[in-house]
Design a protein around this ligand. Structure first.
Ligand SMILES: [Zn+2]
Ligand SMILES: [Zn+2]
Length: 414
């Protein structure tokens, strides 16, 4: 009799929280546990998506967002409570993800910053699926390009009122987000910048009319597609799933691939290095200039990545100003000399600017002594280096891996 009781107890203790989903014939819980998913955006959709990933037992997640929680977020964010107002979205979302995850060894990391400029290109390579939970076109363009570069599936979700859509891109086989981009989308992607590429001091944040219900709907579809990808089932690659809640219309739209799409740029091979973005430009060039790397007279090529302003003339009086900053860190009203700052002048007279597109070992010492961070390269970025013959190699700042993902990197084989 005792033996019978023992058997019942053992089986009760052994019941997995994932029992019901594991009954699906093709399900592979181990694949979910090992999966690495990056969630860009921890707002309305991101909250739902992280909740879904946690309940499914996804084992490695990185949450990216730069914003803080505001009161108007609370009606759409299942992971945030009233007391969280003012805290960083990515930190709170990551904490709640970890608490809620039924996979005991789940790892979560977060990135707080500007996804467009401060999330290194290399980061995407370490994930199996990229989930876009964004509210603006500029970041979608950027994430899409990074996914194309790293050949990673990108599932983009969007909502408006009672409608929502989920698009599944699989570079380089299918269309990407930019393949069918319109002029108005390109225009929308520029709202944060002045016409000369500098940052505006303030921009009004997106306040799209929507509800929690719409985010829950699109997030459910987004995560379901992610699960299919992780379990090697056929996902809705190259398609947009569109749902209109007002009349319950449901469409599956084929996305046409544009062979001339500007986003179809990829590196063939990435060279992992022990360097970080605290390495100086001079040290980096010393390394890449070795014979076994890119060889003598190699250059850091900034074109196609980020622009760097060395000097400029004061907008008003023409006095020379040493800038030495990447354009994305310059505010449009910054290029004014100290003596003109107090004056009430509004008309630009001088727009002479000296940008740097290549950094070489013969660049000025001020530049060579700057860290790659100061030049504008984020942690774990991939830097394009051109050798004397004009061919390219791509070097990753892999020494940053443990800084960017202190938890997830423990499980990576490297
Ligand atoms: Zn494309
Ligand atoms: Zn001046």
């Amino acid at each position: 009799m005792e033996t019978v009781f023992k058997i019942i107890n053992t089986s009760a203790n052994k019941e997995s929280p994932f029992d019901r989903q594991e009954r699906i014939s093709w399900w592979d819980q181990k694949k979910l546990r090992d999966a690495k998913v990056i969630v860009v955006g921890a707002g309305a959709i991101g909250n739902e998506t992280l909740k879904n990933l946690a309940l499914l037992g996804i084992g490695n997640v990185m949450v990216c967002d730069m914003d803080v929680i505001s009161t108007s977020n609370l009606s759409r964010t299942v992971l945030f409570k009233k007391d969280d107002v003012g805290k960083k979205k990515a930190i709170v979302a990551a904490e709640r993800f970890k608490e809620m995850n039924l996979e005991e060894n789940a790892m979560v990391d977060c990135f707080i910053g500007d996804i467009v400029w401060d999330l290194g290109t290399g980061v995407y390579r370490y994930f199996d699926v990229v989930l876009g939970c964004l509210d603006n076109v500029e970041t979608r363009f950027k994430v899409n390009r990074m996914c194309w570069m790293a050949s990673r599936p990108f599932i983009d979700a969007g909502i408006n009122e009672l409608a929502g859509s989920v698009s599944v891109f699989n570079a380089p086989k299918t269309a990407c987000y930019e393949c069918n981009a319109s002029e108005s989308q390109y225009k929308a992607a520029r709202v944060r910048y002045s016409c000369d590429d500098f940052k505006k001091r303030s921009i009004s944040e997106g306040r799209a009319p929507t509800t929690q219900v719409a985010s829950a709907l699109v997030s459910a579809m987004q995560v379901q597609e992610a699960v299919k990808i992780i379990c090697n089932k056929q996902a809705a690659y190259g398609k947009k799933i569109y749902y209109q809640g007002t009349n319950n219309a449901f469409d599956l739209i084929d996305l046409k691939k544009n062979e001339n799409c500007l986003a179809h740029v990829s590196y063939d091979k990435v060279i992992e290095t022990g360097m970080t973005n605290q390495t100086t430009a001079g040290e980096f060039l010393d390394f890449v200039s070795r014979a076994e790397n890119s060889g003598a007279n190699s250059v850091i090529d900034l074109r196609g990545d980020r622009s760097f302003l060395q000097t400029a003339k004061c907008r008003f009086c023409g006095k020379a100003i040493d800038v030495y900053k990447p354009s994305f860190r310059i505010f449009f009203d910054e290029l004014i000399c100290d003596s003109c700052k107090s004056k009430d002048i509004t008309k630009d007279e001088h727009e002479e600017r000296n940008y740097i597109s290549d950094i070489t070992l013969s660049s000025d010492s001020k530049l060579l002594n700057m860290s790659l961070d100061e030049i504008g390269f984020p942690k774990l970025h991939i830097i394009a280096v051109r050798n004397a013959e004009g061919s390219y190699k791509y070097y990753e700042l892999s020494g940053d891996l443990h800084n960017v993902m202190p938890n997830i990197h423990k499980g990576l084989q490297c």
